[in-house]
Design a protein around this ligand. Structure first.
Ligand code: UDP
Ligand code: MG
Length: 318
């Protein structure tokens, strides 16, 4: 019987210090039970990353590489790597960072869960060391706000991109053609049987993180924008606030008029202003909703992703 093929996808951006360290570590877990391959995706590195990948590929046939014309970002690198895994007819694909923050020692656990029938297996850091208190605060706030606006309670804090996708999950993932990709949201969208595996925080093996606060902040906003009606909430909340202000000003006007015993004491000015703002924010709300619908349509995300069916696929030649 043929062995199952498992392809490990490794996005790399300026990682000349870490690639060889990674290689020496990961090969310890590539046993003969499976047909393993490692695809390094060179995301437009400006250092010697590509040369290192090439020399590894020369001495080890399991090593493949795929190089971008420029830096497209980790999300694009993951997409390209999974596409390569599909092209290689892999039974499962694992996405792993090259800096050993995604520990290769979890590989057997990921594969075991895959053999148990899970389609998507995630990993999550149990505890956070390093990093400032401020970044820990922002991270926690992001997960809370994200869970609130997207209703995705499944994305646990500390969840990494390190995961295993079986063939079906890879196909579903690739069927989502969003240009601005927020992979964690995509996993939630994809569904199927998912499992989470926890591990202890790992330090980067060498080199420095490719993320900074601005990049992470914009990424957080992207996630909420792509997987929620985030933008609609803003005019909606303001419209409600203005509505309460309108009620308050009307009440105040009536109170003043009653106190003075004269209709002339009723002040229309704040009411006119409130009404104007209310109308404006209601219009904005509907406009944002319309924009949301247009975006959803132009993104061409699949309407659904099938898990099972007893409908037979008819051969078109019949
Ligand atoms: N990475 C990439 N393209 C980028 C930025 C990062 O392919 O534009 C890769 C990087 O080489 C590493 C992984 O994504 O393998 C995670 O990056 P990093 O360690 O800098 O992020 P952190 O662990 O700090 O979140
Ligand atoms: Mg890292």
């Amino acid at each position: 019987m043929n062995k199952k093929r498992i392809t490990i996808v490794v996005p790399c951006y300026n990682e000349q210090e870490t690639i060889e360290i990674y290689y020496n570590e990961v090969i310890k877990y590539l046993n003969d039970d499976y047909d393993f391959n490692v695809v390094f995706v060179n995301d437009g590195s400006k250092d010697n990353s590509l040369e290192i990948m090439k020399s590894l590929a020369e001495k080890d046939k399991r090593i493949k590489y795929l190089s971008f014309s420029r830096n497209f970002g980790k999300e694009a690198a993951m997409y390209a790597g999974l596409e390569a895994a599909k092209r290689m007819n892999s039974d499962a694909a694992v996405i792993m960072d090259v800096d050993l923050q995604d520990p290769p020692y979890l590989l057997p656990d990921l594969i075991k869960a895959h053999e148990e029938g899970y389609n998507l297996i995630f990993t999550r850091q149990k505890n956070r060391h390093g990093g400032s208190k401020l970044s820990a605060f922002f991270s926690l706030s992001f997960y809370k706000v994200y869970a609130f606006v997207t209703k995705d309670k499944g994305m646990a804090q500390g969840a990494r991109d390190y995961c295993l996708l079986d063939k079906r999950a890879v196909d579903a993932f690739l069927s989502i053609k969003d240009h601005e990709r927020f992979t964690k949201g995509i996993y939630h969208f994809v569904g199927f049987k998912q499992k989470i595996i926890e591990f202890d925080y790992q330090k980067r093996s060498a080199g420095t993180s490719k993320w900074n606060f601005k990049k992470l902040f914009l990424y957080a906003i992207l996630g909420m924008r792509e997987f929620s009606r985030f933008y609609e909430y803003i005019p909606k909340v303001i419209a409600w606030l203005v509505f309460f202000l309108l009620c308050f000003d009307t009440g105040k006007g009536i109170y003043n008029a009653v106190q003075a015993g004269s209709y002339a004491a009723f002040d229309w000015n704040p009411i006119r202003l409130d009404a104007l703002f209310l109308a404006l924010f209601i219009v904005l709300f509907y406009l944002f909703r319309l924009l949301y619908d247009v975006r959803k349509q132009t993104q061409r995300r699949p309407i659904y992703i099938e898990e099972e069916s007893n409908i037979e696929v008819l051969d078109e030649s019949e």
